[in-house]
Write a protein that binds this ligand. Structure first.
Ligand SMILES: [Zn+2]
Length: 177
């Protein structure tokens, strides 16, 4: 299978991914491929459906791009299975890009703090209560697993503008090939 990055408007990015019920070697393989792909593309996070895997898996490594306010802190490397946000608190503005929307960078509202429950790849429970950059990445990637693209947080008129420009750009770059 070809695990290339899926870009909008690929259908798989609009669908809710399936829950993992077996914590087996296949899951480990998926996770390895996802980390590899994420490092290749220099992303800080990747949801499985972004490379065509229709399951609730995400990987994050915030060492890749340290947040300005946390430069002295070590980043976090995580693989989460079936992650769910169970609590949100506060609101902040977040400027984000997305590997599935090349060239798009937008500022949208996000919760400042989140609590996430998930499993690790062995099926053990994980609970993360965090704010700052990691909280933003978690929200972005968990949205992907639920079929929600980050442009959905823009007001309708702005969303249409951003999308039209993006679609025009990818049409041009396809023609150029
Ligand atoms: Zn994304």
């Amino acid at each position: 299978m070809d695990y290339k990055i899926r870009t909008w408007p690929d259908k798989i990015l609009k669908q809710k991914t399936k829950e993992i019920t077996y914590f087996d070697d296949k899951l480990k393989t998926y996770t390895d491929i996802m980390f590899q792909k994420m490092y290749q593309e220099e992303g800080v996070g990747l949801a499985a459906n972004q490379i065509g895997i229709p399951y609730q898996i995400l990987v994050i490594d915030t060492n890749i791009r340290k947040y300005e306010s946390q430069e002295d802190e070590d980043g976090v490397k995580l693989a989460l299975v079936n992650p769910k946000i169970v609590h949100k608190e506060g609101e902040i503005e977040s400027t984000e890009g997305c590997l599935s929307f090349p060239g798009v960078q937008i500022t949208i509202p996000r919760a400042e703090r989140v609590k996430v429950i998930a499993k690790d790849i062995e099926g053990k429970d994980i609970e993360i209560d965090t704010d700052g950059f990691l909280a933003i990445v978690l929200q972005h990637e968990i949205d992907h697993l639920n079929g929600i693209p980050f442009i959905n947080y823009l007001p309708p008129v702005k969303k249409r503008m951003v999308l039209n420009k993006y679609l025009k750009n990818i049409k041009q770059s396809t023609k150029a090939k």
